[in-house]
Design a protein around this ligand. Structure first.
Ligand code: UDP
Length: 422
């Protein structure tokens, strides 16, 4: 029997250019890679996303058994997530119509981010299938990392954020299972929404171990030359240029370093992105303009060269539900310095495969980075431990765990239907 999954990625396409805008990063990679893995294992996956450009084909074959279905809901132009709630119902109707026309019953619905979950929930009910959801970020957990208390009293009473908070609460309790990428996030969600442990499932995000691989020191020198780095110690940031990533803190840390290291900020659009301009201006204010480069977003296939070339990858985020950049860097054998925020401590173990910074202050980051740059033995130890520490995140293993969950839920719902026939 063929198993069909309806995957929902309403606000951002899994094939959008990564890191250029604030809306295309880890979640896009997750949906693309998970779908590919499920397809490889024999499942059929249709990923539904919203049309933001007029020339996108309705149906694109992404990989074996995986299709990307683009449906029109709201104006055909890029819109930020905060403007999309009004088009969720239209999106739901379009997906329902597509499914009817194609006469493909889906066995399970898997939604990503609260907008997708809001669109998917009525369809899961109408199709009588289990609904698995993954929030990727939860508004109240994000707020907590920025100093707001977890209790709902602190939540805004209206506006897009209030709608999101209310919607996340409803979905968390009504979906059949919430996938979380770390035990800590599971615990926080259970506490926040009073969920039973069986209602959440911890399945980390995966990494493509064939694309991200370590290389020999000689080839690392080649990678440095390819990026024109020379001998100056070089740090790397990779990601969406979002305040949550703590890039300001990273710039301040670079300014506080004893080692005059250079920083590459990969992400954003160097031509005309206001956030790049703001960060450039901040670097100038701190007196480090000469030491900070903004090459813009880099296609993921070229990122291994960056991870190989640099002396350390710094992940200075205020909040990360997981932290794919840290995993990719470790897969390439790069030394990582990360803040002890969100899911990062489940990836980076202090002193073993990287360094964790517990204090959100430039001096604390600068101290750890200086230590790493000045201690060759430490760097080599971290490099040696990096790759084995993340092999558990191999997509093949993660795909199996998601598949097992799907099978469990569908068997369970079939059992409930069978029982209700008597
Ligand atoms: N990424 C990329 N090119 C860029 C910037 C980011 O390919 O210029 C990718 C990166 O490889 C990673 C993802 O975007 O897979 C970012 O994921 P992460 O979990 O670190 O952050 P998120 O976007 O989920 O906050």
């Amino acid at each position: 029997m063929c198993f069909r999954v309806a995957m929902f990625s309403l606000h951002t396409s899994p094939i959008a250019q990564l890191g250029r805008t604030r809306d295309a990063g880890g979640m896009n990679v997750y949906i693309r890679e998970l779908s590919r893995e499920l397809g490889r294992g024999g499942m059929y996956v249709d990923i539904f996303t919203r049309r933001s450009r007029p020339d996108t084909p309705d149906i694109q074959q992404l990989s074996e058994r995986v299709r990307l279905i683009t449906v029109t809901a709201g104006p055909i132009e890029p819109l930020p997530p905060s403007a999309l709630h009004s088009y969720v119902a239209e999106f739901t109707c379009r997906v329902a119509r597509f499914a009817e026309r194609n006469a493909h019953p889906y066995n399970l619905v898997h939604s990503h981010y609260w907008l997708s979950a809001a669109a998917a929930a009525p369809l899961a009910r109408a199709w009588d299938t289990p609904h698995v959801t993954m929030f990727h970020t939860v508004e109240r957990l994000k707020g907590q990392q920025q100093g707001l208390p977890l209790e709902s009293a602190s939540a805004p009473k209206d506006g897009p954020t209030a709608i999101r908070i209310e919607s996340e609460g409803r979905i968390a309790t009504s979906a059949d299972c919430v996938i979380v990428s770390t035990e800590v996030e599971g615990e926080q969600l259970r506490r926040l929404y009073g969920l039973a442990p069986s209602h959440t499932r911890v399945i980390p995000c995966g990494v493509d171990l064939d694309a991200f691989t370590p290389i020999s020191p000689a080839r690392r020198d080649q990678a440095r030359r390819a990026l024109g780095l020379g001998a100056t110690p070089t740090l790397l940031f990779v990601g969406r240029l979002d305040p949550i990533k703590g890039i300001d803190l990273l710039l301040e840390s670079v300014a506080a370093l004893r080692t005059p290291a250079r920083l590459l900020v990969v992400g954003g659009d160097p031509a005309g992105d206001p956030e790049v301009e703001r960060l450039r201006a901040r670097a100038a204010e701190l007196g480090i303009a000469e030491r900070v480069r903004f090459p813009g977003a880099v296609p993921q296939r070229d990122l291994p060269t960056y991870y190989h070339a640099v002396d350390a990858v710094v992940v200075s985020s205020r909040y990360e539900s997981f932290g794919l950049v840290a995993v990719e860097a470790l897969a390439c054998g790069a030394p990582v310095v990360a803040s002890a925020a969100g899911g990062l401590p489940s990836i980076v173990r202090d002193g073993e495969n990287g360094l964790l910074v517990r204090w959100r202050c430039p001096r604390a980051f600068a101290e750890q980075i200086d230590w790493l740059l000045s201690d060759d033995t430490l760097r080599e130890r971290l490099r040696a431990n990096a790759r084995p520490s993340i092999e558990q995140f191999d997509w093949r293993r993660i795909g199996d765990r998601v598949r097992d969950l799907y099978q469990e839920l569908t068997t369970e719902s079939a059992r409930i239907v069978a029982c209700s026939c008597f």
